[in-house]
Ligand binder design. Structure first.
Ligand code: SF4
Length: 671
């Protein structure tokens, strides 16, 4: 014998939530008022009795409640006035109205506020329908079957009115076929309508799996309360598709005396049937079957059932199927007795993206359990945290492989900055934010920067990043690159960065070289500032390289011709030129013709008179007219005369003291 449980069976998401909220409330201690439930929480005697034993009293209407009492609102919902009355009478509500039912309330309320007619397809005696009409001023037209649809459609079609297009909602638990039949009538009459598909998938799926299973088995068992409309509907569907079908409330009702005559038994439980009742029935079936069979094929089946009763724990990663996609959440079937709820804020959504853009009913889905039972019924799931797990794994790999990742600096905190990496964040200490000293991190906020992962703690969800490590590394690479391209003798462009007394430091593309004062000019300098400014861009020659010590010597004067090499072309004996007195001595004065090219004016050549003291006649820095008297390229000497440069009519008669040549020798010895 084979026994098959329907794919969709037992508590739906809404009932599960309602029961959890009610039991959580009933377990609370220290309540001042009474805990009441307006009507039976669900159509299941066992659950109702259990709640009563926990102190929950069932009342028929809010009139029976007093100020200070707490009233549980069932998953079917209540009309709008119920809430207003509770508030005005200081009655606290535990609202277990199913989110799908609440959605219907919102639709009809909005339609009513906009003056649009409302049609509810459903059973007018059902609490859900009664409550729904209470959200549109009880002005809805309730249509429960095709006859009523015919009447309504005929009247509407004959009414040549230009009334607004009616909004149609459906009771969550009606058969899909009924809705289609009624809509078919409207179509036949050519009516306009705005149909909102509000039939709950849980009901449709359960009915569908009941129909499918009933077709395959010899006996179909429906487990549910006799007062539960959805269980009765399941029995109806079972009867229409299987020759033998029975409706039981619990294990006591189950008498499978002639079980051996069935080879395949299917069973399904209504939306309000608790798992413990299903389990009892299975157990009873197992006993009966065992008595009648040599082997017990129920054992595997029981294992499967046990498995389905086990709930995933927080932290578990589950595989499931998308059961329903709503605006703010996705309901996930995880193959266990509770549904998973994946709220929109636990999904990574792009700007403007909706859940329906990325999930479809029937899709396979993987998510992380974040709460298994918080009185909200289903099991809370998160895609984000699953992504977060992946993100932390990526960080671990990046740290291990010394990879650079890109993060966004989002917030300054005490001692550093919070940086976002995909769906997680990490911390960058202030000291790791830059390769320079940072006092205030504000200038970095909003920037995307490359960082190294320097610590990851997946248990505590922590990560520490360093931007400095990346900058230092980049600089090191750049320096190595620069060094590999440098050769002694190369002329390179550089920027004057700073001065010292002995020269200037020049940046030549990421590394600094020293331009010694003696290498700046062919002439004599007291300070580099005499010819350079900070920020000047100059061409310099690499004179020496020491990569080990990181020292580079540069020369600027080497990029210009050495003055003596041009003397023959530029200067001739007899030329009269302007020169600058750069030094005075007892025997004469040195006059610079250009940087690096000095000539000597012997004391006897300074004036047409006897000169006792050179410095009485000439001052260092003074510009004088000189005549070239002699050029000796070999000895690198130029003899100059000031008095010879004086026009003849101005010249004085006084003779000089010493011959110029002797003085030049003297000067050379001093040099
Ligand atoms: S059947 Fe659907 S609408 Fe009704 S309580 Fe269950 S989940 Fe909510």
């Amino acid at each position: 014998m084979e026994i098959i449980r329907a794919k969709h069976s037992g508590f739906c998401f809404g009932v599960d939530r309602a029961i959890n909220l009610a039991f959580t409330e009933a377990e609370k201690k220290g309540r001042k008022g009474r805990l009441l439930c307006c009507g039976h929480l669900i159509h299941n005697r066992a659950v109702v009795e259990k709640l009563e034993s926990m102190g929950v009293t069932v009342i028929d209407s809010l009139e029976e409640a007093a100020a200070g009492d707490t009233v549980i609102v069932r998953s079917h919902g209540e009309p709008q006035e119920f809430y207003k009355e509770a508030e005005s009478r200081n009655i606290q509500l535990i609202d277990t109205t199913c989110v799908f039912v609440k959605k219907i309330h919102d639709i009809v309320r909005e339609a009513h506020e906009n003056g649009r007619p409302v049609i509810v397809i459903g059973d007018r005696s059902h609490q859900e329908v009664k409550a729904t009409t209470g959200w549109c001023g009880y002005e809805a037209t309730v249509i429960g079957n095709t006859e009523e649809a015919e009447k309504y459609a005929a009247l509407a079609a004959s009414n040549d009115s230009d009334q607004n297009t009616p909004v149609i909602v459906c009771q969550t638990t009606i058969r899909h076929e009924l809705m289609q039949e009624i809509i078919g009538v409207f179509d036949r009459y050519g009516l306009n309508y705005d149909l909102r598909r509000t039939i709950c998938n849980a009901t449709r799926d359960r009915q569908e799996s009941c129909r499918e299973l009933a077709k395959q088995v010899d006996l179909m068992i429906v487990i549910g309360d006799k007062h539960s409309s959805n269980s009765r509907k399941l029995f109806e569907i079972a009867g229409n598709n299987c020759e033998n079908s029975i409706f039981i409330e619990n294990a006591e009702d189950f008498l499978l005396k002639d079980g051996e005559k069935y080879t395949k038994i299917g069973f399904i439980a209504g939306a309000s049937t608790p798992e413990w009742i299903i389990k009892e029935v299975i157990s009873r079936m197992s006993d009966n079957v065992t008595k009648n069979m040599e082997q017990n094929p129920m054992m595997d089946f029981m294992d499967d059932i046990e498995k389905s009763l086990r709930l995933p724990k927080p932290g578990d990663v589950i595989d499931g199927k998308v059961d329903q996609v709503m605006d703010d959440a996705v309901i996930v079937n995880m193959g266990c007795k509770k549904d998973g709820i994946l709220r929109a804020d636990e999904v990574v959504l792009e700007e403007g993206q909706k859940l329906s853009d990325i999930f479809k009913e029937g899709d396979d889905i993987q998510a992380k359990v974040i709460k298994s039972d918080e009185g909200e019924g289903g099991i809370l799931l998160s895609k984000k945290r699953l992504v977060a797990v992946e993100n932390y794994t990526e960080l671990e790999e990046a740290m291990e492989n010394k990879e650079v990742i890109n993060v966004k600096l989002v917030r300054a905190v005490n001692g550093g900055v919070i940086a976002a990496y995909k769906e997680i964040t990490g911390f960058i200490p202030m000291s790791q934010l830059s390769d320079r000293y940072i006092e205030n991190a504000d200038e970095f906020l909003g920037q995307n920067v490359d960082v190294r992962v320097i610590r990851v703690d997946t248990k505590r969800n922590r990560a520490v990043f360093s931007r400095k490590a990346v900058l230092v590394e980049e600089k090191r690479k750049a320096v190595a690159e620069v060094w590999s391209n440098l050769n002694v003798g190369d002329i390179v462009e550089g920027k004057v960065m700073r001065f010292t007394d002995y020269g200037a430091f020049v940046d030549i593309g990421g590394v600094d070289g020293l331009l010694h004062i003696s290498e700046i000019s062919w002439g004599k300098l007291r300070h580099p500032e005499e010819v350079l400014k900070i920020g000047d861009i100059i061409n310099v020659k690499i004179l020496s390289l020491n990569e080990e010590k990181g020292k580079i010597s540069l020369g600027l004067k080497q990029t210009q011709p050495e003055p003596w090499s041009l003397v023959g072309d530029k200067y001739q004996v007899g030329d009269v030129l302007d020169g600058k007195v750069v030094q005075t001595k007892e025997y004469g004065a040195f006059v610079e013709l250009e940087a690096g090219l000095d000539g000597l004016v012997h004391i006897s050549e300074i004036a047409n008179k006897r000169v006792e003291n050179v410095s009485d006649e000439l001052k260092v820095g003074e510009t004088v007219k000189v005549k070239i008297m002699e050029i000796d390229p070999e000895k690198r000497r130029i003899s100059l005369s000031i008095k010879a440069a004086i026009p003849a009519e101005d010249a004085a008669e006084e003779p000089a003291e010493e011959p110029a040549e002797d003085a030049a020798e003297e000067a050379k010895d001093e040099e």
